[in-house]
Design a protein around this ligand. Structure first.
Ligand code: C2E
Ligand code: MG
Ligand code: MG
Ligand code: MG
Length: 285
């Protein structure tokens, strides 16, 4: 059955595929092949200082460049990669490639010294050697640890004492830590206080509704005030228009990321558009 879908790439990525175990198995085989043949690419989305318009970082976002299907977004394969454990080798590749690319851009003076943010998965986070892998990757790519950030999510902090230990070790490397999708999961404020987290990333679902839902607007304002009270910076994701940006600015948010500034770009697109982009950010802020 799996074979019948082989010619028509699209059918294998139907959203309901998880209901069908043979399709899942087929996708898993494809994913293993993708790991072996390195079919992944990273796109990069700029992060902007809300007050100055300066580009301060780039988030690395994975895509699967499937030879027949074309670009497949992470939501279509990260869950299966997590389930099968393939995410560990994928994640190690992401980390190294993001560091390598940032270092290359800095050396060629294409980019100033900015941070590259890498999303960590739960499986990666609970693996014993995460900190060693990070240390080795920084050494191998020769990237300044201050130019690397990892994004974790609230669900990774389930084993609280281990999470504190791992996050402290990461922080001691000089790497910064950002709490992604903040507000979406179980946000325990006492966790936040005890984690060495440098920034909170407000989930885009809140940002999206800032202008239409008074409660969301209040929540966003409160998250920002609380984070500042705890000594953290705040970045808002999913900023799509000037009005959302304006509200976030009024609430004293620090950084923004979203389609209003720039969608995630391939390295080639980023290089080609960088000068124009940096000028646009100044005008858009
Ligand atoms: P995330 O880390 O929360 O990333 C933000 C997502 O929002 C990205 O989707 C990005 O393209 C999208 N986005 C950015 N600006 C806007 C906007 O203005 N409006 C809207 N509607 N969306 C915006 P993407 O690239 O499809 O990634 C989805 C998720 O996949 C990520 O969410 C992250 O959880 C996961 N992911 C991506 N790359 C990796 C990776 O290398 N490793 C792991 N473990 N997960 C990854
Ligand atoms: Mg992220
Ligand atoms: Mg997010
Ligand atoms: Mg997300």
């Amino acid at each position: 059955k799996a074979k019948a879908h082989g010619k028509n790439g699209y059918t294998i990525f139907r959203p309901e595929m998880y209901k069908d175990s043979s399709e899942e198995l087929f996708l898993e085989t494809q994913l293993r092949k993708a790991v072996e043949q390195n079919e992944f690419v990273l796109h990069y989305q700029p992060q902007v200082n809300i007050h100055t318009g300066e580009m301060i970082g780039l988030e690395a976002l994975i895509r699967w460049d499937h030879p027949e299907v074309g670009m497949i977004p992470p939501c279509k394969f990260i869950p299966l990669a997590e389930k099968t454990g393939l995410i560990v080798s994928i994640g190690e590749w992401v980390l190294e490639e993001a560091c390598r690319q940032n270092k290359e851009w800095q050396e060629k003076k294409i980019l100033p010294k900015v941070k590259v943010s890498v999303n960590l998965s739960t499986q990666q986070f609970i693996k014993q050697d995460l900190v060693d892998v990070m240390k080795e990757t920084l050494k191998k790519t020769n990237l300044d640890p201050h130019c690397l950030e990892v994004e974790i999510t609230e669900s990774m902090a389930m084993d609280f004492s281990r999470a504190v230990k791992v996050l402290n070790e990461i922080s001691e490397l000089g790497v910064s830590i950002s709490m992604d999708d903040f507000g979406k999961g179980y946000s325990s404020l006492s966790y936040l206080k005890r984690f060495p987290i440098h920034s909170l990333k407000i989930d885009k679902s809140f940002v999206n509704d800032i202008l239409v839902d008074e409660n969301d607007a209040k929540i966003v304002g409160t998250i920002i005030a609380m984070a500042h009270g705890l000594g953290m910076k705040v970045i808002a994701e999913g900023v799509e228009n000037k009005e959302q940006l304006q509200y976030l600015k009024e609430q004293n948010c620090d950084q923004v990321q979203g389609y209003y500034f720039m969608k995630p770009l391939s390295p080639y697109e980023l290089e080609a558009n960088l000068d124009q982009m940096i000028r646009d950010f100044q005008n858009k802020k």
